[in-house]
Design a protein around this ligand. Structure first.
Ligand code: C5P
Length: 227
């Protein structure tokens, strides 16, 4: 009853090259944002905050309303900022006072399943730590400087981070208040503020749609497994 999910959907989608903000591109007859929200609402959070480009707030409200269906958690749409971090901050400002656990999720991870959301919530509530879903790194990773390979990295020590990432609300609010730099994800910002992080098993379905090839992959996954 006290879990909120902030879905950031205010990116420009330049790398996807679909001519508009990525979250509003269709995978099938549903947008990337709508698919993402279907997974989020399946986990029955108490509040969902969608962060959209300022000129797409109305469209985001339609997706949120349709994804919510009969379930009626507190749902709001707010305008995002110039960076992902500014967009998350805008979402946090819209949280209901009773929220104690917050997940931050990329709309672009459109096929992230509801059970991944549940797994992150459970781990936050069990540990009180920041929680990051991760997958093993499958490629061999090299350190490079220009064209020279300067080192090898043991991939067994590495993991690829996904969203939703989950936090105690007081921890995330405090970390955002003191953040002095731009971080690539919320867990890096929380770690920089001195808080511990835990990992849970990620999901192959939670890949981020960034390029046209990623969008094709999402389309073929959906056509093979109709909802
Ligand atoms: O650009 P990238 O795919 O890494 O963005 C990750 C997520 O952050 C996307 O869902 C995107 O919509 C969101 N974002 C945002 N505001 C920005 C930049 C990105 O909400 N200014």
């Amino acid at each position: 009853p006290h879990v909120a999910v902030v879905v950031v959907a205010a990116g420009s989608g330049t790398r996807l090259g679909a001519g508009g903000p990525k979250a509003f591109v269709g995978i099938d007859d549903r947008t990337i944002l709508r698919h993402c929200l279907d997974g989020v609402f399946a986990a029955r959070p108490a509040q969902v905050v969608v962060v959209a480009p300022a000129d797409r707030v109305g469209e985001a409200l339609v997706d949120a309303h349709e994804a919510a269906g009969e379930r009626a958690p507190l749902t709001s749409v707010v305008a995002g900022g110039a960076t992902r971090q500014a967009s998350v901050a805008a979402g946090l400002a819209a949280l209901w006072p009773g929220i104690r656990t917050v997940l931050v999720h990329d709309a672009a991870r459109a096929l992230a399943p509801g059970d991944l959301v549940d797994r992150v919530v459970d781990a936050v509530e069990r540990t009180g730590w920041g929680v990051v879903p991760v997958l093993p790194v499958v490629d061999t990773i090299k350190r490079v400087e220009g064209e020279r390979i300067t080192g090898v990295v043991d991939r067994a020590e590495l993991a690829a981070a996904q969203t939703p990432q989950g936090f105690r609300r007081d921890v995330l609010d405090a970390a955002y208040r003191v953040a002095q730099a731009e971080y690539t994800d919320d867990s890096a910002l929380v770690a920089a503020a001195g808080h511990p992080l835990a990992s849970v098993e990620g999901s192959p379905l939670a890949f981020k749609i960034t390029t046209p090839a990623d969008l094709e992959r999402a389309r073929s996954l959906i056509s093979r497994a109709p909802a």
